[in-house]
Ligand binder design. Sequence first.
Ligand code: FAD
Length: 320
Amino acid sequence: KIQAAAAADPDRVVFSFEFFPPKTEDGVDNLFERMDRMVAHNPSFCDITWGAGGSTADLTLEIANKMQNVICVESMMHLTCTNMPVERIDHALETIKANGLQNVLALRGDPPHGQDKFVQVEGGFACARDLVKHIRAKHGDYFGITVAGYPEAHPDMIGNDGVATPESYQNDLAYLKSKVDAGADLIITQLFYDTDIFLKFVNDCRQIGITCPIVPGIMPINNYRGFIRMTGFCKTKIPAEITAALEPIKDNEEAVKSYGIHLGTEMCRKILAHGIKTLHLYTLNMEKSALGILMSLGLIEESKISRSLPWRRPTNVFRV
Ligand code: FAD
């Protein structure tokens, strides 16, 4: 299980990669090739997302199986409650168990397409905590269970001014603790770009008695429009210096990518300097930025990066 691997050597920095199920068959083939190359760098685990509303259920199950048994990396499958009566949840869990997977990221999921609010499906679960409880009740300690944490609070808790009230933030934290108390072993955070907010969140979690590992979710900036869309959707704070750095280069994709590697590296450096030894990279199925950050941090060797990659050492132009 993921937790056992992390605990084996608490002083070593470990990293992991998230992927999502591609839309086409060619995309799936490409993803496996990419995973194969990325796994050569020894991530502690890789995970595969569960498409919104269960839209990729079969493909997610298939990819999870192949990651574990063909790519041969410790794997984790995401599972959400949206549109999922308990029979479908159980089928998904039994399938990955039969395939030897031992890690699940238990999520509520977003509201079904076209709806504003999450609606519990008949015979399903209302929130991630109830899914965690169910997995523990049905499978005991077989699965390592991860849950999502929100350094800026869940977007539902964030008002039009872009921040959660102190009360909403505390309620969100208390609810996160209840997910851990229900049986979760690990927290992976939502993306963030203000490292101080993440560090405060970890501290606040510790203050209320959350003791499990809290792994920062790092999303490298790959292109400007994607960054604006994602931070808008997640209601993520964009620090003024990031806006200022991106504004003049936003139409230059290569420059944005280089900046993304520089920024991701600096964020990770600061996090590691605070004694946190785990990094989770949202790859968006791309390798260049995630590997660029790890290389800049000295966590992987350049010689192991495939020659076929359109690879360039990150430039120093953004260093301050
Ligand atoms: P929950 O933890 O159940 O709750 C979300 C929020 O609602 C809480 O933070 C809290 O503010 C409030 N809340 C819920 N229940 C209660 C309660 N009983 N009491 C008080 N407050 C409550 N989505 C996908 O569709 N597929 C994926 O693969 C996927 N992977 C993700 C991975 C990570 C690391 C993260 C951070 C998010 C991911 N998401 C994914 C998005 C996620 O599904 C959404 O953010 C969703 O809106 C909430 O899911 P959750 O598990 O955090 O929900």
